[in-house]
Write a protein that binds this ligand. Structure first.
Ligand code: HPA
Length: 269
């Protein structure tokens, strides 16, 4: 019922629903300005949609074209640390599925754990770790989306990872892949947590993306994840972490990040 009402509302406003949705993380917000033939809908106007609480965070769905390819951009996402239930954090992903989207591109900012990484790098997410968080699929299974027990060996679609590699190399001069570890936030991690995560096999750490990727997997959406390493994680450099620095690095990388996304959607359309 709830989902249906949201889907109906959107379909009344948008005639042709794109096959690709992009969740714009920190460092990609300005991609929204480059979308053409836009239909913009504020989250607050969409029935049953969660509303962004963070000052300065945008909250809108943009339907339009990028490089002449139809896309939906989610400008502003929901984080668990803001107080949302995980069901709300991932509500838009389920709506994308019901609208007929096939591929979801998740982008984010994260701290680098892999010592070969540098601030400003872009990393293709190959796999994820989320030991310390409750599963977004906890509770009665939503059979209309997927099965109770789901295979997680291919959360990030391998075919698209391979597609991305040469694009990354061409645009950034590097091709970094790795494991994204999810922490609930809102604190950055302690140096001990970072050492532990490195031992567990993580290359980067952040506070988003994993709940969305799990729901994408559950509902059979193809999924791509790209991380902007905005800082080296706690304890690696002799400096304190700050949201200002994270935003500053994200904005410096924005131009390459946008190029990567544009090339990618041309290949997956
Ligand atoms: N840790 C968690 N989330 C982050 C970080 C970090 O170091 N940088 C950007 N988002």
């Amino acid at each position: 019922m709830k989902f249906e009402e949201t889907v109906k509302f959107i379909k009344e406003k948008v005639n042709n629903i794109p096959k690709i949705a992009i969740v714009l993380g920190s460092g990609l917000g300005s991609l929204a300005d480059e979308i053409e033939n836009k239909i913009t809908i504020s989250y607050k106007d969409i029935p049953n949609f969660p509303v962004s609480t963070v000052a300065g965070h945008k909250g809108e769905l943009i339907f339009g074209t990028l490089e002449n390819i139809p896309i939906i951009a989610m400008n502003g996402r929901f984080h668990y640390y803001e107080g949302y239930d995980l069901k709300d954090v991932t509500y838009p992903i389920r709506i994308f599925k019901l609208l007929g989207v096939e591929t979801i591109i998740l982008t984010n900012a994260a701290g680098g754990i892999n010592l070969n990484f540098e601030k400003g790098d872009l990393m293709i997410i190959e796999d994820q770790l989320s030991f310390f968080a409750e599963s977004v699929l906890r509770g009665p299974n939503m059979d209309e989306f997927g099965e109770r027990f789901i295979d997680m060996s291919d959360v990030y679609t391998k075919e698209y990872i391979e597609l991305l590699k040469p694009i990354m190399k061409k645009i950034t001069g590097k091709c970094l892949t790795g494991v994204y570890a999810y922490m609930k936030g809102p604190t950055y991690e302690t140096p001990a947590e970072i050492r532990a995560l490195r031992t567990l096999g993580a290359d980067a750490v952040g506070m988003s993306t994993v709940p969305e990727a799990v729901v994408a997997r559950h509902s059979g959406l193809k999924c791509i994840g790209i991380t902007c390493i905005t800082n080296m994680a706690a304890g690696i450099m002799n400096e304190k972490l700050s949201h200002e620095d994270v935003k500053d690095t994200a904005s410096k990388v924005e131009s390459n990040f946008k190029k990567v996304i544009k090339e990618l959607i041309k290949k997956i359309k």
